[in-house]
Design a protein around this ligand. Structure first.
Ligand SMILES: [Zn+2]
Length: 415
């Protein structure tokens, strides 16, 4: 909404109300937030700057001020306030997110890289994880079916991470799996609750390795899109020995591209190929996605178009040589080159077979629900976050134990 210097009717009343309530932080904070929601950025800034920096309200106000300044494109002010906050509250990583984008917007890529890594300091580096596991023996125990699911719930790992990332690795259904940043906080709600996320994530990595021989590695990078830079992280899980080296190589590739000013979207076609190989996706699907990325096209849109066509015209397409897709959408955020890609279908069927051998209930759940959710997500093209449905479906069928508080609260909040 555009702002004008003319004061509309009633604004002088509001101004005097503001003046009389100046110094009452709670009021100013609410006002600042309301103005921000309405896009009245100058008014928001003026309300928020009345709040002293100290205390919980001061911190919230500073964060909102950074948001206002970022939206105003006041990059120098973002960097100045961010630096101040980083000094005053050294344990906070969020000022660095704003500083990363501000540095990027001013063309200072070196500073943007440094700030991104500071914003992602809660994610352990490959070296952190390797040192943490140095004295740990990988677990040789063969856990009983579903033991991992229950154990993960106990240590605060969400069902999405368990079903889509950990079980496939444990049951040799997929070589390596990946969880995006928005799911990382779901990797360990318990770790988040302790306040020391990095320590919690390292503890989780040690637990998974000691109990199940599953290695964990974190990727820290900056996603570039529409002229902005967003600090992003991914978690990888595998039982292969060189997981950390492979993820470190990928992270270096991401940052080399960033320094050279390359990479459309989250990563270039080169990084996409490297990541597809790491995750064991079929060559045809990886190549298809890389070519789309190279041509500047959107992989998600192409996948949604192909899926819509497939579902809409399935009866006309029936060809006995090409089975109707049943398991091609076997991994969350995996896009097959074609809904009837035989290689993707084979990967998915292999996964289901491994699941069936280990625990039939999980195989049925994945076939009937998870694969359908993966397809549903491609249709929705990210407009709707399907994690809550995912978690509800899985909990309803698999979890007999009651949910930990943090998961219940999260589900209620996402109603
Ligand atoms: Zn394919």
């Amino acid at each position: 909404m555009a702002q004008t210097s003319d004061q509309p009717c009633g604004l002088s009343t509001i101004r005097s109300l503001q003046a009389s309530l100046a110094g009452r932080s709670e009021f100013s904070l609410r006002l600042g937030r309301a103005y921000l929601d309405m896009g009245l950025l100058d008014a928001a800034l003026s309300a928020l700057t009345q709040i002293p920096d100290e205390g919980e309200e001061g911190q919230q106000a500073c964060r909102l001020r950074l948001e206002v300044l970022a939206r105003q494109g006041a990059h120098a002010s973002v960097l100045e306030l961010g630096r101040q906050l980083a000094k005053d509250v050294p344990e906070s990583t969020w000022p660095w997110s704003y500083m990363a984008n501000a540095a990027f917007a001013t063309g200072d890529r070196a500073r943007a890289e440094e700030a991104t890594l500071r914003a992602l300091a809660y994610l352990p580096s490959g070296q952190d994880v390797v040192s943490c596991l140095a004295e740990t023996e990988p677990g040789a125990e063969q856990p009983e079916p579903l033991a991992l699911v229950r154990a993960c719930a106990d240590v605060g790992v969400g069902p999405h991470a368990t079903i889509d990332c950990l079980l496939p690795v444990l049951w040799d259904a997929r070589p390596t799996t990946c969880l995006f940043e928005d799911g990382i906080e779901f990797v360990s709600g318990a770790a988040m609750e302790t306040g020391d996320v990095q320590h919690g994530l390292l503890g989780l990595a040690r637990y998974l390795f000691a109990q199940y021989g599953i290695r964990t590695a974190f990727l820290r990078y900056g996603a570039v899109g529409s002229g902005t830079l967003r600090p992003m992280g991914k978690a990888y899980f595998s039982r292969t020995h060189d997981l950390h080296e492979a993820v470190d190589r990928l992270e270096r590739l991401y940052w080399e591209e960033f320094r050279r000013g390359e990479g459309r979207g989250p990563a270039s076609e080169q990084a996409l190929r490297a990541e597809g190989a790491l995750l064991g996706y079929p060559d045809c699907c990886v190549e298809w996605a890389a070519r789309l990325r190279e041509a500047g096209e959107t992989i998600e849109a192409a996948a949604a178009t192909a899926l819509t066509y497939e579902e809409g015209t399935a009866s006309e397409l029936e060809d006995p040589r090409v089975p109707a897709p049943a398991a091609a959408y076997y991994a969350f955020e995996f896009y097959p080159c074609d809904p009837r890609c035989l290689a993707a279908e084979a990967r998915g069927q292999h996964m289901l077979e491994q699941y069936r051998a280990a625990e039939g209930a999980v195989a049925d759940l994945v076939r009937d629900r998870v694969i359908r959710l993966n397809k549903g997500r491609i249709w929705q093209m990210g407009r709707v976050n399907s994690y809550p449905q995912f978690v509800r479906a899985i909990n309803a069928e698999l979890f007999t134990a009651s949910l930990p508080d943090w998961q219940r609260n999260w589900l209620q909040a996402s109603e």
